[in-house]
Design a protein around this ligand. Structure first.
Ligand code: RM4
Ligand code: MN
Length: 387
């Protein structure tokens, strides 16, 4: 059962919310607008702070530049702090400008490649003002047709571009490179897998790490193995948590396959990736296309906490004994016992002891916040995926 030691460890958990989770989003077929959606970065931060207020789990908000571009980042930072949250990872965006049709950091045209590098310099300036630690780079770069471009030369240009960006990263900052196996390019992606991301960051230095987005793998991939390996190599910088059934669906983390989330978090705990000193950022990268956004984020952070609690419950001594004895089914049962333990009542108690609502989903529904933002946020342009 959950003991005080586990509860204390859970109290150190920090989950970063993506600002874009609060904006309108959809598929390539349709973006459904929702009432009450933020119209600017401040309103996104206010919504993120609501999630933190009700769960105590999400004291950081990640930004996307240019979606969250403002004139004064220092004032955005103090605005966030007044709401009890910090500004987290700065995500660059080199995938929505016509110039980047054939690539950004990998582009053959020196002008466009420089433009993409300069965008990352701008992002580092933002980080200096916001106090953010991580610059996260996800590239849409790749090709659609065999022979379209020189795959090998693109890796070389990528390495050179990253080198230039890395040279600007401050002592207390990090560069985090995210991989994705396909989309928007379909023949090859320039950073398709953890091996490529690892190779590229290894060449940069200690302040460069890999970001693992759980949605960015082929079906059937053993993601927890990648987690174990990257932790072993000391290069797991962050997670982008979400769920997928088919591709990069960006659904609520832990919804499609809670057992997979448990297995991932077990490897995190096993590899000392959990805790305030681990250096692994737990970010969400999700969109809420048909459900309401704030409850969607509340459900998500609760799912992460529940599976973390279960991962912490694994009796690792007993597991090690069973493993060393070759007790295959005994070890498997010890592992699964933790997964099948219902931790929800203990976590409700944990919240109440900290002055948080026992049931944050119900508390949000009863809070009147949704009705308030729907009434207040009329006029102006709603934030959305791509704005
Ligand atoms: C990408 C990737 C990035 C995210 C963008 C919006 O697929 O997951 O992390 O910032 O989408
Ligand atoms: Mn991502």
């Amino acid at each position: 059962m959950i003991n005080d030691d586990i509860l204390d460890r859970l109290a150190t958990q920090v989950i970063e919310l993506p600002s874009w989770a609060f904006g309108n989003s959809g598929t390539r077929f349709k973006v459904f607008a929702q009432a009450g959606v933020p119209r600017n970065p401040r309103e996104k931060i206010a919504d993120a702070a609501k999630v933190n207020e009700l769960t105590g789990l999400a004291p950081k908000v990640a930004l996307q530049i240019p979606w969250d571009k403002v004139d004064d980042y220092a004032s955005l930072r103090s605005y966030a702090e007044d709401f009890g949250v910090e500004l987290g990872t700065v995500n660059s965006n080199t995938f929505q400008d016509d110039d980047y049709k054939f690539g950004s950091l990998t582009h053959w045209d020196p002008r466009i490649r420089q433009k993409a590098i300069d965008h990352h310099f701008d992002c580092i300036d933002v980080m200096d003002a916001t106090g953010s630690r991580d610059l996260k780079i996800w590239l849409a770069d790749g090709t659609n047709y065999p022979g379209q471009d020189d795959i090998r030369a693109r890796q070389d240009r990528l390495a050179d571009s990253l080198q230039q960006i890395y040279a600007r990263i401050g002592d207390d900052q990090r560069l985090v490179l995210e991989y994705k196996f396909f989309e928007p390019a379909f023949y090859h992606m320039d950073v398709p897998d953890w091996g490529t991301a690892y190779t590229q960051v290894l060449a940069l230095g200690d302040k460069a790490h890999v970001c693992l987005d759980t949605g960015h793998h082929a079906p059937g991939t053993n993601i927890e193995f990648i987690v174990a390996q990257l932790l072993r190599l000391g290069r797991l910088g962050s997670f982008d948590f979400n769920s997928r059934f088919y591709a990069d669906d960006d659904l609520i983390v832990g919804s499609a396959d809670p057992f997979q989330l448990f297995r991932i978090l077990y490897e995190v705990v096993r590899g000392d990736g959990f805790g305030p000193d681990s250096g692994v950022a737990f970010m969400l990268d999700q969109c809420h296309n048909i459900e309401k956004k704030i409850p969607g984020q509340i459900r998500s952070v609760l799912n992460v906490q529940e599976m973390t609690a279960r991962a912490l419950l694994v009796d690792r001594d007993a597991l090690a004994t069973a493993q060393a004895a070759g007790d295959v089914l005994g070890a498997h049962e010890i592992f699964n016992d933790a997964f099948y333990t219902d931790v929800r009542p203990a976590l409700a108690d944990w919240r109440e002891k900290r002055g948080l609502p026992a049931n944050p989903m119900k508390a949000y529904a009863a809070s009147g916040y949704q009705e308030q933002i729907e009434a207040d946020r009329v006029g102006g342009e709603q934030a959305g995926w791509g704005a």
